[in-house]
Design a protein around this ligand. Structure first.
Ligand code: KIV
Ligand code: ZN
Length: 525
């Protein structure tokens, strides 16, 4: 009998920590609903104490999504309080608390003598902080997870000691993160096996793993961990996360699924929802999926060479180890157009994973008709793009009211923009090194970002098929050491660029505003 592996999705917490991937509350709730359709067991919805936006998103997800919902907390009472408060509405909730356990983390983060003078003294303090935090979290819920951050580089003797202590304190899941993606699969597997054999009470908790992908081994390490006793795997959609990201959910799940003749494990994931989830996360975060990405990349099921195409026509098994349909990629022939009604649109959106309230549908239908006027045939990709764009327009400090660009082979590109804010219209012109540069400079001038916003990344691609294909522009800007991304879509790429840039600025404004009110909230938890 194959054993079940619990899937703990951390797209909304670790995934969102990817540079520039910040999501607004509406987007987080939409993604959480898609994770529910995927049948994920545990959803890590955020780090509630870290900002008001995080707190609110965890709260909204806890209120509306049916899975175990968890939030992250340091081993600090205030973090655990915030976590508990944000999770109150959940039918099933978990508090996830963590602390660094490797010598490098201990010496780096707990340098102060108040944690102890020597390494053993500091280790004793950390063990006490961990057990106190687990005991405190237990006063709110039975389901408590403890993570030994940087376990991959933690001394095995100390790791066994702290894991045993937190289980005695009541932890029901013990997570062993390879925080820096440093370990090799056999080495990581051996670490799990050693914990299993050395920790006296290990049978009283589920062993979980959380692997980062710095050496491209996150999925391999997770598989080796499972082979050696782990029964929960933490992962993200498209593998997004800190630095090189986390173990990719779709790769891990499909490895167990496709090679069920090799692994005696299964998950409860509804694999047919994988592609919808991947596209939604990519659309909302602005993080493009590389074309050759396993399972969900554009080329994952494309057969280019004549020999391969010939083989495929004779028998798909020749070059395909799974079908595109098994992960929800359907060769959809349904094309909508300007005469499609609301009902046709909403049922297509539903099939793509978007549940739209009647109240929102009016606006979306209006945008759909506007697009259909420009572009005769509307494909699934157009709808996904429209939904991504719609979600971002939820945060609208700045909206583009007017854009005019002058360019030619012998003239200097000049842009004039008019930007609407709640108080007034801001109009400015600027010249630049090409129309897009001129446009960004004019925006900076109009709303006073000249000194602050630095463009870090700019990408344009055609996202949809057919005549009048839409151009999608992704930008990432840096303001005061933090990155903010934005995406804009239009049949006109300069307009798409202006929208993307404004969206990144909107992200900055919304997060800045949330930080301001957050202090008041944390005082009351
Ligand atoms: O990578 C890591 O160690 C983490 C923990 C907080 C689980 O994300
Ligand atoms: Zn992590």
């Amino acid at each position: 009998m194959s054993e079940k592996i619990i899937i703990f999705d951390t797209t909304l917490r670790d995934g969102e920590q990817a540079p520039g991937a910040s999501l607004n509350v509406f987007e987080k709730v939409e993604i959480a609903k898609q994770l529910e359709r995927l049948n994920v067991d545990v959803i890590e919805a955020g780090f509630p104490v870290s900002s008001q936006g995080q707190f609110e998103a965890v709260q909204r997800i806890a209120d509306s999504v049916n899975a175990i919902i968890t939030g992250l907390a340091r081993t600090i009472d205030g973090d655990i309080d915030a976590c508990h408060k944000s999770l109150k509405g959940a039918e099933r909730s978990r508090i996830h608390t963590f602390i660094g356990t490797s010598d490098i983390h201990i010496n780096g983060k707990f340098e102060s003598a108040r944690y102890g003078k020597s390494l053993p003294e500091k280790q004793a303090t950390i063990l006490k902080m961990a057990t106190d935090a687990v005991q405190y979290a237990k006063t709110f819920t039975d389901d408590v997870e403890f993570s030994a951050e940087d376990a991959g580089r933690t001394d095995i003797g100390y790791l066994c000691e702290i894991i045993e202590a937190v289980i005695d304190a009541g932890a029901t899941t013990v997570n062993i993160p390879d925080t820096t993606g440093y370990t090799m699969p056999e080495e990581f597997g051996a670490k799990i096996a050693e914990l299993k054999s050395r920790v006296r009470n290990i049978d009283q908790a589920v062993i979980s793993v959380h692997c980062h992908n710095d050496l491209g081994l996150a999925v391999a390490n997770s598989l080796f961990a499972v082979a050696n006793g782990a029964r929960q795997v933490e992962c993200t959609i498209n593998g997004i996360g800190e630095r090189a990201g986390n173990a990719s959910m779709e790769e891990f799940v499909m490895s167990l699924n496709v090679r069920s003749n090799f692994w005696n494990f299964h998950t409860d994931i509804n694999t047919k929802e994988i592609y919808n989830a991947s596209r939604m996360v990519s659309g909302f975060t602005g993080m493009l999926v590389q074309p050759n990405k396993a399972i969900v990349g554009e080329n994952a099921f494309a057969h280019e060479s004549g020999i391969h195409q010939d083989g495929m026509l004779k028998n798909r098994d020749t070059y395909e180890i799974m079908t595109p349909e098994s992960v929800g990629i359907v060769n959809n022939k349904i094309v909508l157009g300007r005469h499609s009604g609301r009902h046709g649109l909403s049922s297509r959106l539903k099939a793509l994973g978007y549940e739209i309230s009647d109240e929102k549908m009016g606006n979306i239908y209006e945008r759909f008709v506007f697009l259909a006027d420009k572009k005769k045939e509307i494909f699934d990709e157009d709808l996904r793009v429209l939904m991504g764009d719609e979600a971002k327009s939820e945060i609208g400090f700045y909206t583009l009211d007017y854009l005019h660009v002058n360019l030619g082979t012998t003239t200097i590109a000049t842009a004039t923009v008019r930007i609407k804010t709640e108080e007034k219209m801001h109009e400015e012109s600027a010249t630049g090194d090409g129309p897009v540069d001129a446009c960004f400079r004019a925006i900076n001038r109009a709303i006073n970002f000249q000194e602050m916003a630095k463009l870090e990344h700019y990408q344009v691609r055609s996202v949809t098929a057919g005549k009048g294909a839409q151009g999608e522009v992704t930008v990432r800007i840096k303001i005061q050491d933090s990155a903010y991304s934005g995406k804009g879509v239009s049949t006109d790429t300069i307009r798409a660029s202006a929208k993307a840039y404004l969206q990144a600025l909107n992200h900055y404004e919304s997060l800045k505003n949330m930080e301001n009110v957050f202090e008041e909230i944390t005082e009351t938890v």
